[in-house]
Design a protein around this ligand. Structure first.
Ligand code: ADP
Length: 172
């Protein structure tokens, strides 16, 4: 059965089939979770990323995980929050395109960071709703495929937002 869990953890320590990187359009590394993933994966990751030609907002690209416990890294570029109507669909694209790419590559366990909620400034509660709703919908649409999804929260505030939203959904 497809399954969602919320975990407080450093995503670089997770031994899933794939971890998702909240990258920037260059795919050449940055701060936050992107920097942590590149540090932990080693320089081979950057070498492979250089061959990918960047990534548009909402799209996703896959590499190997190199020195990470995860087999693959799926790099996706979240929107820089602007308050415009296309913020939410672009953020939803990140989750959906990452999951599609994961499935195409035989991934059955995947962990997501809270995309766009750091330097990209997406309000946490709104981003959480987009993340959870999009993943639940994808799991429903892909019932024929086993996929376990972890929302990897780096701090208590993020974990709290996911848990609160899950609780709200379970009361409906
Ligand atoms: P963005 O540019 O998409 O906002 P950030 O990396 O700035 O990306 O932040 C996205 C989220 O990733 C934030 O919730 C941040 O706390 C979290 N984060 C930072 N480092 C890690 C890590 N090692 N593991 C998991 N999440 C992390």
């Amino acid at each position: 059965m497809n399954h969602i869990q919320i975990l407080r953890a450093d995503i670089t320590a997770l031994s899933c089939d794939a971890i998702v990187n909240a990258a920037n359009q260059s795919l050449l590394g940055g701060g936050g979770v992107d920097g942590a993933i590149h540090r932990a994966a080693g320089p081979e990751l950057l070498r492979e990323c250089r061959t990918l030609g960047g990534c548009r907002t909402g799209e996703a690209k896959i590499t190997k995980g190199y020195r990470l416990p995860a087999k693959f890294v799926i790099h996706t570029v979240g929107p820089v929050y602007s308050g415009a109507p296309d913020d939410a669909p672009l953020l939803a694209d990140c989750y959906r395109n990452s999951l599609n790419l994961a499935r195409e590559n035989g991934v059955h366990t995947i962990a997501f960071p809270a995309i766009s909620t750091g330097v990209y400034g997406y309000p946490l509660r709104e981003a959480t709703k987009v993340a959870v709703d999009t993943v639940r919908k994808w799991l429903e649409d892909n019932r024929d495929y086993l996929m376990d999804v972890t929302f990897c929260c780096f701090d208590d505030r993020t974990r709290g937002a996911y848990e609160e939203y899950e609780k709200k959904l379970s009361r409906q």
